[in-house]
Design a protein. Structure first.
Length: 71
């Protein structure tokens, strides 16, 4: 996943509550293998962070290169 991707939660209960969100920042996780994804949700005005396993990418950003440059 890259900045600009549209995501939903994998957990069905949270999926209905949170709706869709946009990845606004990707950073390297120091405490475990992988990245941390900061997501702004449509139903909430706060950015939360998640691991890859918690999110499902539903619409990839069309210009991933440009999104990474702006991150």
């Amino acid at each position: 996943m890259v900045k600009g991707d549209v995501v939903k939660m994998r957990h069905q209960g949270m999926r209905k509550t949170m709706g869709a969100g946009i990845v606004v920042r990707v950073e390297d996780a120091e405490t475990f293998n992988g990245d941390i994804y900061h997501v702004m949700w449509a139903n909430c005005d706060t950015v939360y962070w998640y691991s890859r396993e918690e999110l499902e990418n539903v619409n990839k950003c069309k210009d991933g290169k440009k999104s990474r440059e702006w991150a």
